[in-house]
Design a protein around this ligand. Structure first.
Ligand SMILES: Cc1ncc(COP(=O)(O)O)c(C=O)c1O
Length: 491
């Protein structure tokens, strides 16, 4: 083995010896210097870089290589990673990404998240990270205050709204079994009838996935819609509940639909649920943020009465991926649904909390660092400011759509999503659908902005969502112009 190879190989005979630790220590110092300048450029440059990197496929071919026998060393491997990122990363943290619902990072959240990784903080249980566990509890308490939820709800941090839905629905399923004298977490669902699940056409794909995973079944969901857009038919839902005659059921309230940002009638649904024997799960992945601003808080009025609530941090809280939160009214249901015990693990009722025993993950990163840091840094006012900035940006973009003759609004804008399409005039609905689908593809390959197409009823639309504090008025003005420019090219 030559000297260079030796330097890249931890001492196998004597792990933990001075040579290994000296080697790693030196590497870390170099890497921190390397990252300091690279990160500064990457983060500062986000505002000016396009949203998507043209030619990403070609650049990524470099990834297809065999596992190296002898590594190239940390510095070179990180250099390569930086190169690949420059050549093929979507600039999702930047101000021009309106696809899906993607937030940015506040500076405090970003720095705190880097610390969580650097400290290798694992927040399974208090004993492995007193600060991580206590900070998660504190940050969740602050989130409850921010969103006006009951302080008695139990919160848990997970990877995102999909997993927060998983937590809420696991608690719902446990409740439903117990209503019939069965502890589903112990004995499973064998012999139980199908679980009635009622919702509107606004239900999110992730909720259906969770229902599939929990043995409840996607196809078992009853959607009560009064129009092609999926709006709730409340009286049809009421009739179905009447027929259940007191049997326990699950109602899913959708607080924020992804195409338009419209809400189910939250208060009416919960009132209806309370007249029957129902668990209410509310998916407020991004819609719960309406509660922070008096301008839109009415949309989610009454949601605090739900039995379980989902919200995402990596959307409108502007903390790094992956970060979502579930809140559940009955702590006992969570601990029965996610019971996790073994002789070597902490006792269930230890005064030192074990967050891994009330949620789906055991080992888990300290998502709380970023959440706590951003709430501490900017407070309620700062985060209300972010939400209202995004509302203003959505309003400004809607004005651009109104202003340009070749753009057409396709729905009202209750929150932060603007449904619109390119419509040069003189085309049939079918032709317009085809044109906008093609335009969706062209926008991806153009790369200056990211915005995806969807279906609103029968029609193809764009549905840019604004949830990043970095987005400026000029960005959305330019976006409107780019859509028209690329649309005209297609014609
Ligand atoms: C209403 C709603 N629920 C759930 C999700 C899933 O969120 P995540 O990707 O964080 O799991 C989304 C994502 O857009 C959403 O909008």
């Amino acid at each position: 083995m030559n000297k260079q190879e030796k330097a890249r190989t931890p001492d196998k005979e004597n792990p933990g010896t001075e040579s290994v630790s000296t080697q790693f220590r030196g590497e870390i110092e170099n890497l921190i210097t390397q990252l300091q300048s690279a990160l500064g450029d990457a983060i500062q440059g986000m505002d000016d870089r396009p949203a998507f990197t043209v030619g990403a496929e070609a650049a990524l071919q470099a990834l297809a290589e065999p596992l190296p026998d002898i590594g190239c060393g940390a510095q070179k491997s990180i250099e390569k990673l930086l190169q690949l990122n420059a050549a093929a990363a979507a600039n999702t943290g930047g101000p021009k990404c309106f696809h899906f619902i993607i937030g940015g990072n506040t500076p405090a959240a970003l720095a705190a998240d880097i610390l969580a990784t650097a400290y290798e903080t694992v927040t399974y249980t208090w004993i492995v990270s007193p600060v991580g566990v206590q900070m998660e509890i504190q940050a969740l308490d602050w989130l409850k205050e921010l969103f006006g939820l009951r302080s008695s709800m139990t919160g848990i941090m997970v990877t995102g709204a999909t997993m927060a839905n998983f937590v809420g629905l696991a608690a719902a399923r446990q409740w439903w079994g117990e209503q019939q004298g069965i502890d589903i977490s112990e004995t499973g669902m064998t012999g139980l009838p199908q679980m009635p699940v009622l919702t509107s056409g606004f239900v999110h794909a992730s909720t259906l996935k969770v229902l599939a995973l929990q043995g409840i079944g996607r196809a078992n969901v009853q959607k009560f819609c009064r129009d092609e857009f999926g709006r709730l038919d409340l009286s049809a839902m009421e009739q179905a509940l009447n027929q259940l005659d007191g049997k326990p059921a699950l109602i899913i309230v959708n607080a924020g639909e992804v195409n338009t940002g419209e809400f189910d009638p939250v208060k009416d649904m919960i009132r209806l649920a309370r007249r029957h024997n129902c668990w209410v799960h509310a998916d407020g992945a991004f819609g719960l943020f309406a509660r922070i601003s008096p301008r839109v808080a009415h949309l989610a009025e009454g949601i605090e009465e739900a039995d379980s609530i989902t919200v995402d941090g990596h959307k409108w809280l502007n903390v790094p991926f992956d970060s979502g939160y579930a809140f559940v009214r009955d702590h006992g249901l969570l601990s029965r649904a996610f019971r996790y015990s073994a002789d070597y693990l902490p006792e269930e009722n230890s005064p030192r909390p074990t967050l891994g025993a009330i949620g789906p993950e055991s080992s888990r990163r300290a998502r709380s660092f970023a959440v706590w840091a951003t709430l501490k840094a900017y407070g309620r006012k700062g985060h209300r400011g972010i939400v209202e900035h995004c509302l203003d940006i959505a309003g400004h973009f809607a004005q651009q759509v109104e202003k340009h003759e070749q753009l057409e609004m396709m729905a009202d804008v209750p929150l932060n999503i603007v449904a619109f399409r390119f419509n040069p005039g003189g085309l049939s609905e079918e032709q317009l659908d085809n044109l906008n689908e093609q335009l969706g593809e062209v926008i991806v390959t153009d790369g200056r902005f990211m915005a995806g197409t969807s279906k609103l009823g029968q029609r193809t639309i764009f549905r840019p969502a604004f949830s990043n504090w970095r987005t400026r008025r000029q960005d959305v003005e330019e976006f409107a112009e780019v859509v028209i420019e690329l649309g005209r090219d297609l014609l």
